[in-house]
Design a binder for this molecule. Sequence first.
Ligand SMILES: [Zn+2]
Length: 189
Amino acid sequence: MTLLQNILKYNESFVANKDFEQYKTSKNPDKKAVLFTCMDTRLQDLGTKALGFNNGDIKVVKNAGAVITHPYGSTMRSLLVAIYALGAEEIIIMGHKDCGMGSIDVDAVKETMKERGIKEETLDILNRSGIDVNHFLEGFSDVFERVQHNIDIVYNHPLFDRSIPVHGLVIDPATGELDLVHDGYKTQQ
Ligand SMILES: [Zn+2]
C-alpha cells in the first residue's frame, strides 16, 4: 500500500471510531499565542510539548528553518492574521539547534534540482527576472541571530501591533531544553 492509501484507510476507522472527539477544540488558541517554528521532524510533538502546550492551546506556523523570508510573505501574513482575527495576543518565535537550514548547501540543492530535471536555463530565467535563487534557498549560520532577526522584522512591520510581546527561543531538538533569546514583555509598547 502507498502512503496515501494507508492514510485514507486509517482515516476511515479514525472517523468511524470517533477518535476525533479527543481533539475537539475551538479555532482560537486557549493560551492566546501563536508559535512560529521550524518544520523539523523532531519538533513535530516536542516543539509544543516541551513548552507545556497541548492540543488547542496555540496557533502554530512552520516553515523551513523558522525564517521570515519576506515581510509580506505567507509567514508574516499568518502571524498578523493570528493576532487580528484569531485571538493570539503573544508571538513566540522558536528556532532550534542542529537545524537543517543552518547547514544547507545551496549549490548542492541546485545540483539535486538539476539531477531531477530542473534545467539550468530555468534557474537563469529566474535569476534574470529578479528572483535571486541562491538567496531564495539560502539558510543561516547562527540560529540565535536568526531568531532575533525574525523578531526585528515583526517589531518593525508597519502592520504589527507593538503592544503584542514577541518572544524568542531556541530549542534543543534532542532534549527539548530552551534557551531564551528575547523576553517580549521587555520590549512591548
Ligand atoms: Zn530546522
